[in-house]
Design a protein around this ligand. Sequence first.
Ligand code: IZC
Ligand code: ZN
Length: 420
Amino acid sequence: MIKASLVIENIDNLITLRGENKPRCGKEQSRIGLIQGGLVALDGDKILYVGEGKLPSTIGTGEDTVFIDARGKLVTPGLVEPHTHLVHGGSREHEFKLKLQGVDYLDILAAGGGIYSTVEATRKASHEELYQQAKKSLDRMLAYGVTTVEAKSGYGIGDFATEIKQMEVARDLNESHPIDLVSTFMGAHAVPREYLDRSDDFVDIIINKMLPLVAEKRLAVFNDVFCEEGVFTIDQSRRILQAGQALGLRAKLHADEIVPLGGAELAAEVGCISAEHLMAISEQGIKDLAQKGVVAVLLPGTSFNLQKGRAAPARKMIQAGLPIALSTDYNPGSCPSENLQFMMSLGSLLLKMTPDEVITAVTINAAAALGLEEEKGSLEVGKRADIAIFDVPNLEYMLYHFGVNHTDTVIKDGKIVYQK
Ligand code: IZC
Ligand code: ZN
């Protein structure tokens, strides 16, 4: 008889997301596999049993089995964050006043602030300083129920040593912190100011010098570009993404965030795993992404914080059959918040997604945006024992009671790593 290492029992609402290990779209995005009166048993770092009522007779317990009583609670897969700029130096509260006066995010960037200001702070910071600052954020994310986080570089831009420093910090945190980190190279986050009138030369440097080294040192699994007016064009983005793909780096794209350039169409054309932001996506872009099965990673905290009264057309996307994931976009400029639970509320309040669609968006679909849907994002036998327990009577309550942390317990790889 197999002995369970940990048992969560008497679960009022157990959201399993059971089903196929692939991104859920259309009506499937609402199929959350709810079990009322559920139980989950673990065997070390893997899920051993998920079901109703009591343990089946084939599974035993012993003196060292840990029991968690989840009466009155909600249990979900550990939440997944597929889009963050986690590792960076400094902060940008000095730009808050400008924003309140209505100064545009892209105008602050064009004037040499914004991303450029964080580039300066990140260049100056030591590995240890960046590590400690990012660790503080990761601790917060874990407390919100997050067990997997994607982290982008992109604050070195012309300075490759800083890009490497960011990715090495992410690598070290992946080893030391309970959260799993997935690294994305984003050398194309802004054009260095000295290259502003010859940005193609900088694109050549990324393609010929940076990408080969990132691939050789295995510092990242994804390659991302900020395709935006005044940043990188469609043609430049295409060249950078395809050069990464040729080296084995899967493509992601910051697409149609502020100005509709056709980023979604490009993401579909090159076969990106995900297209992100999409506040200004076109009808054609929605069709193209749906046809190619690209995951749309929406970032409602950024829409909220940019204060433009606009958000991604999530309902249209779901109707068109696009799988939607949600994330914080945690970064010091457009979304300085690690609170994924708040983003989930915004998913409903701003993007008009149902709570069922939202929980799918931060679990199996978010895992799929990172290519991890086979091992994470749902609670099924054999998958990783990454689990969040929330002190709420049901999912609707969690999104409705917004802005606070509802986490009770977080389990990562079968171990309790956070308790309220
Ligand atoms: O630091 O402003 N949008 N990149 C693209 C960001 C936001 C991060 C930042
Ligand atoms: Zn971003």
